[in-house]
Write a protein that binds this ligand. Structure first.
Ligand SMILES: Cc1cc2nc3c(=O)[nH]c(=O)nc-3n(C[C@H](O)[C@H](O)[C@H](O)COP(=O)(O)OP(=O)(O)OC[C@H]3O[C@@H](n4cnc5c(N)ncnc54)[C@H](O)[C@@H]3O)c2cc1C
Length: 390
């Protein structure tokens, strides 16, 4: 028997490949609690990017994740749902959702496919320990000891532990001799020190904004919140940020301020800032922050005010108060080190017969459907390898 620990997308991906050889052990009374929350309940389960672009989007993890992606790629995932009464909607930006926009439809389709293939799903079955016992393993589940030939550890990471993923994978992997990278929040919003007056901008989103962290520049969609920033630009780069660090936002990427001040000497500075395609509330907040009167005409604008404003618009500094905690981060960065797992099989390099899948592994992917896709893909590859080795 192949024991699949967990009942999230990684476990369900594994179940698809294993069929009746496998049993799922899920601590909750149902599968996919985190999957149900995903995409604000709509489940952005993959991205329709062509294969090479998809892999590129996986950043520094692309080479390691390539075999898993090729085992079960984004086209295969969309086709699987389409073929099993869960029509797919692909948005213009490439993000794929169930057409119903209900994450439960993705979860239900995967669960019913697993059941059809003969996988046994054990709910309210918290695995407490996994003990290697050559050949195979003993799983401690409740008061019972269950024998398994192979184990696929798909019990998630440490983010949003209320869903059931409370770092169990990390504790077990560590016990079995793996190095585990301490989990930090990834895909998390940030709170900013001395944030007002930007709290008045909460809800404003700006597409293709620029963020500077150290010497690196990143582009993406930015969202102002009541206490700081969110949106893909921040979520995707959260693992590069920490409390006390200074980040910079670029509001005038083309450095057009001086030209506009010269061309429109009679216009008020607030109107000139709006000509940079910045929302009015943001323009007002910037001027308030710099203590510049909104109604000052461009012609009366002192040289020092001009320089000050230009510097701010081309790289406004914000100090991070803190990142959203693991309790509500969408994912973590941390977990089982990739160099201790064989990418072609997902098998542990230390414990033969033990496989890893999904967020238990130390990769962190951007928003856009990549995390769920790669959870399913790594689960699928782990299961193929486990089956082949029996
Ligand atoms: C709010 C939110 C929104 C998100 N939106 C998106 C999105 O739109 N697109 C996207 O790609 N990703 C999204 N993600 C991330 C995505 O949901 C995860 O990357 C994905 O669920 C990881 O899958 P997994 O199977 O590895 O782990 P999980 O989904 O965490 O599943 C692990 C399972 O293992 C079970 N388990 C844990 N310990 C034990 C144990 N000891 N015994 C038995 N069972 C156990 C847990 O109960 C859980 O069901 C979102 C995450 C959050 C929190």
């Amino acid at each position: 028997m192949i024991a699949i620990v967990g009942g999230g997308p990684a476990a369900l991906g594994a179940a698809l490949a294993c069929g009746k050889a496998a049993q799922i052990f899920e601590r909750n009374a149902f599968c996919g609690k985190k999957l149900l929350l995903s995409g604000s309940g709509q489940c952005n389960f993959t991205n329709s990017l062509p294969k090479d672009k998809f892999l590129q989007a996986l950043g520094e993890f692309r080479t390691w994740l390539k075999p898993a992606f090729y085992a079960f790629d984004n086209v295969a995932f969309m086709q699987l749902l389409e073929d099993n009464s869960c029509p797919v909607l692909v948005r213009e930006d490439g993000k794929a959702f169930p057409r119903s926009l209900k994450s439960a439809d993705v979860r239900d389709t995967l669960v019913s496919l697993a059941l059809k293939k003969g996988v046994k799903i054990n709910y309210i079955s918290k695995v407490q320990d996994i003990i290697p016992q050559a050949p195979g393993f003993l799983l401690q589940v409740g008061g019972a000891s269950i024998k398994a030939d192979k184990v696929i550890l798909a019990s998630g990471g440490a983010a949003w532990p209320d869903t059931g993923s409370d770092g169990f994978s990390y504790r077990i992997a560590q016990k079995l001799g793996h190095k585990v990278l301490a989990a930090v929040p990834a895909l998390a919003s940030v709170r900013i020190q001395d944030y007002p007056p930007f709290d008045t901008c909460a809800g404003i989103s700006m597409s293709q904004s620029q963020l500077i962290i150290g010497k690196d520049r990143f582009r993406g969609d930015l969202l102002f919140t009541h206490h700081g920033f969110s949106g893909p630009l921040i979520l995707d780069n959260a693992r590069r940020m920490q409390s006390g660090q200074t980040i910079r936002l670029v509001f005038d990427a083309q450095d057009r301020l001086f030209g506009l001040l010269q061309s429109y000497p009679k216009k008020q500075i607030l109107s000139i800032l709006q000509m940079l395609a910045l929302p009015k509330a943001l323009c007002a907040a910037i001027l308030l922050k710099l203590q510049i009167p909104q109604d000052a005409p461009a012609a009366h604008f002192s040289a020092s005010h001009r320089k000050h404003l230009r510097a701010y618009l081309t790289g406004a500094e914000f100090v991070i108060r803190d990142l959203e905690s693991l309790a509500t981060a969408m994912s973590d960065f941390g977990g089982i080190q990739l160099n201790e797992v064989t990418a072609r099989s997902m098998q542990s390099r230390f414990t033969p017969g033990l496989y890893f899948a999904g967020e238990s592994l130390a990769y962190s992917l951007p928003t856009g459907g990549f995390s769920i896709q790669m959870a399913v893909s790594t689960g699928y590859l782990a299961a193929l390898s486990a089956l082949n080795s029996i």
